[in-house]
Design a protein around this ligand. Sequence first.
Ligand code: FMN
Length: 325
Amino acid sequence: MNTSLSSNGTVAPDVSVKLGNISFKNPVLVASGTFGYGAEAKQWCDIEGLGGVVTKSVSWNPRMGNSPRRIVETASGMLNSIGLANVGVHTFVKEKLPYLAQFDTKIIANIAASSMEEYRDVLEHIEANAVENLAGYEINISCPNVKDGGLSFGTNVERTEELTTLLRAATDRLLIIKLTPNVTSVAPFAQACERAGADAISLINTLVGMSIDIYSREPRLNTVTGGLSGPAVKPIALAQVYQARKACSIPIVGIGGIVSAEDAVEFFIAGASMVQVGTANFVWPDAGVRVADGLTKFLKEQKIAQMSDLVNSLKIRAELKAAGW
Ligand SMILES: Cc1cc2nc3c(=O)[nH]c(=O)nc-3n(C[C@H](O)[C@H](O)[C@H](O)COP(=O)(O)O)c2cc1C
């Protein structure tokens, strides 16, 4: 435990966490696709106040993504169909990784691909050009906005396990598999990742959603459907984290609608060891740091000494547990 005495003599809570053999200064990351590579957010956000940055999904070749319109605001959330627009792995390792390397925070490189081989090649290329604070990889098998790849892995348990096994053999760094909520049950996917040696799973990615202009009767998104995120999805994300927690024993990174420290605390109680802040960054680019600071304040107020006292601490009455809830 790494508690320290603050100026007023009280013991400051320890918000640091360990995932695999990597220590994070706090359990709050910013989510892939909502923080770019840090350059735009830097003027409003103290990047070093974050536990880490998960970078935009990167593929082998650069991608333009889908044509507009690809963002629609919805009640308490947003729909996006960006379609994995990204600079490609060569520019990523030449420009984006070195840029992020200047900050004292961890980097998790998120990878998207349309074949097993592409996932492996992208990972190996990053591995060969790694910077010191590259903690590991988050593997996006859950993007609902592309026709090739993405969800075709994330909705098939065997392919999820096969891909995780392949990538596990390619790196000793953290391997986090990002799961989709667009399945009947997340449990078999969590278990497949654990069997194949993933260090952790992260969830949720966006939920398939739709919005219609009632006057033109056209879908508002150019791709008809897109991915829903933001506070609207938080209850779904929490339930999925809870279900995954019951199904596997590897750490969980909780994502979905987190705006405040209180939101994050719900995820920790449900069983997440770390969280990611996504859509909130579009409103407050420093949302992640606000959540991290608020978390320290919450632990202090509640006299909780360390994160492990909070994680997976949901209280369920014995009779409910016995009934399978
Ligand atoms: C505009 C936008 C782009 C996103 N791009 C990616 C991406 O490239 N890779 C990925 O794994 N997730 C991507 N996501 C999903 C987020 O990382 C996150 O899983 C999801 O939005 C739920 O969290 P939130 O409600 O806090 O936003 C994107 C989300 C948004 C809103």
